[in-house]
Design a protein around this ligand. Structure first.
Ligand SMILES: Cc1cc2nc3c(=O)[nH]c(=O)nc-3n(C[C@H](O)[C@H](O)[C@H](O)COP(=O)(O)OP(=O)(O)OC[C@H]3O[C@@H](n4cnc5c(N)ncnc54)[C@H](O)[C@@H]3O)c2cc1C
Length: 489
């Protein structure tokens, strides 16, 4: 007998857990959560590299209904965020609903029963609704360096940190200078003998307004009603105004560039190195990073920033684009994640056997509000296409989406319908509107290539604009956006 559920949720990061909590709050308890790993936490379970922390203030980068007065810092380290997610899981008694070690491989829509057949590596399930919380930055992107198979040393990706290997006194190559590398390079640089940092494009880096949370603030958050909410709201608006700069107002970004260049000047005294690490594209085109220790770290005498690319890897060395051989014991990839192709490995088929991965590979990732896809009824994405952010906390977006999903389920239930499918015209209109905005924004106009863009150069990642607008647009499901069908059993 195939087990049947009203809802199957996939993933136990902020998305999957947030969805389960909203279902519980709505009194929908016939659901199961599939998690391929053996613990909750997603991003914050996997990324255990030295220096890993959030780069949106913790008091904002957390659930609005589960505020934590005890964050140790304004930008808390990964283990604390991981613990927060475990605590939330326990508080809402979600473990009883989670199937650990169960990996979703695909799902197919049966238009006769109007249900999903959910395939996992450990057997099949059946569900009326499927909610994907599989994560946007989850599958490591590892470049195929020529000759890497000959390398005799250690290699790993930042999201799969090798804690067994002692980097002290070793010669290390780091490939990539994105958000993770900017966090771990300062932590390993003082310990390693030599660090060669292969940089393709330098990131814009702003000073990080990080500080320990004083005890009086923690006490106030805990004891005085409303204080933490006030603080969170202030943070929200402080972050939110930055959306103006990203959306076609490069003058604001220029002001940011002045601050960032001064930041480089303070940390790096060597003019040659300064030039290497100063970006030549508009700030915001790629993710803007924050750090106070990255520039001093790369200015160390044992660190070399190499911009010549990797020509080849040999048994004990990396050969750069100029043919210079760098002897190394380990290669660490800070090369980010699969993004616009992240769901290609899932075999999801909708009405008439339509293949989601194939459609998205040829036409780009199309959704309505980043959540539902025409032709794939009762399937919802959390943190789906075009709902990531460069300026605020994605947890805010996830909460809006989880609430929208509950509203959609309630809509189907209240009409006695088995299924709801977004109308193609509604989805097209949404796509046109956001793409019109995106092409005017800094991500397209800023003069860079980034992981925000798909293979055709179309931005399938970022929500263009204010997050309160997204909140407004997802507050209630518009019944006329969906075609309801079938009779609920
Ligand atoms: C190092 C790092 C720092 C970040 N910092 C910030 C920040 O400061 N601010 C911000 O807004 N965002 C940040 N992000 C983005 C971050 O990914 C999101 O904020 C958020 O954690 C995403 O949550 P999620 O639940 O959607 O996905 P994830 O946290 O990735 O969780 C996905 C879960 O699904 C499970 N899963 C995946 N596929 C399957 C499958 N097929 N079957 C079963 N289970 C599956 C995974 O094991 C995982 O547990 C950061 C990302 C990284 C990598």
């Amino acid at each position: 007998m195939t087990e049947r559920f009203k809802v199957v949720i996939v993933g136990t990061g902020f998305s999957g857990l947030g969805q389960a909590i909203q279902l519980e709050k709505a009194g929908i308890t016939d659901y199961v959560i599939l998690e391929k790993a053996d613990e909750v936490g997603g991003t914050w379970r996997d990324n255990s590299y030295p220096g890993c922390a959030c780069d949106v203030q913790s008091h904002m980068y957390s659930f609005s209904y589960e505020q934590n007065p005890d964050w140790s810092r304004s930008f808390s380290p990964a283990p604390e965020i991981f613990q927060y997610l475990k605590d939330v899981t326990d508080k809402y008694r979600l473990r009883r609903k989670i199937r650990f070690g169960v990996e979703l491989t695909g799902a197919s829509w049966d238009d006769t029963t109007r249900r999903w057949h959910v395939q996992t590596k450990s057997g099949d399930l059946e569900a009326q609704f499927v909610v994907s919380g599989v994560g946007g930055l989850h599958i490591p992107q590892v470049p195929k360096l020529p000759g890497i198979e000959k390398f005799k040393g250690q290699t790993w990706h930042s999201a799969q940190w090798n804690h067994e290997y002692d980097l002290r006194g070793k010669k290390v190559a780091v490939v990539g200078t994105g958000a993770s590398a900017v966090q771990f390079v300062p932590k390993i640089a003082p310990d390693v003998a030599e660090l060669t940092l292969f940089q393709r494009t330098p990131p814009w880096i702003m000073p990080k307004p990080d500080h320990a949370m004083p005890n009086w603030a923690k006490t106030a958050f805990r004891r005085i009603p409303g204080v933490q909410r006030l603080y969170r709201n202030a943070l929200y608006w402080f972050l939110e105004v930055r959306a103006v700069g990203f959306n076609g107002h490069p003058a604001i970004m220029k002001a940011g560039e002045v601050i960032a260049k001064r930041h480089i000047g303070k940390g790096v005294k060597d003019p040659k190195l300064r030039k290497k690490v100063t970006p030549d594209y508009t700030m915001g085109c790629k993710r803007v990073l924050i750090s106070n220790d990255y520039y001093p770290a790369i200015a160390r005498s044992n660190v070399d920033v190499n911009t010549d690319g990797v020509r080849e890897v040999k048994a004990h060395s990396v050969v750069d684009g100029n043919g210079v051989e760098h002897e190394v014991d380990a290669i660490v990839y800070g090369t980010g994640f699969k993004v616009t192709d992240a769901l290609e490995y899932l075999d999801i088929t909708g009405i008439d056997g339509r293949d989601l991965a194939k459609e998205w590979a040829t036409e780009g990732m199309h959704t309505h509000k980043g959540i539902s896809v025409a032709g794939f009824p009762n399937l919802f994405f959390l943190l789906g296409p075009n709902t990531a952010l460069g300026h605020n906390s994605v947890v805010f977006m996830i909460e809006s989406q989880a609430r929208y999903v509950v509203d959609a389920i309630k809509l189907a239930d209240s009409r006695g319908a088995a299924a709801l499918d977004v109308r193609p015209g509604v989805q097209e209109k949404f796509q046109r509107e956001i793409q019109d905005k995106l092409v005017k924004g800094v991500w397209t106009q800023g003069g860079c290539k980034s992981w925000y863009l798909d293979a055709k150069g179309v931005n399938r990642t970022i929500w263009p604009g204010f997050t309160w607008r997204y909140w407004l647009e997802t507050r209630k499901v518009d019944p006329s956006d969906y075609e309801l069908s079938g009779r609920a059993s």
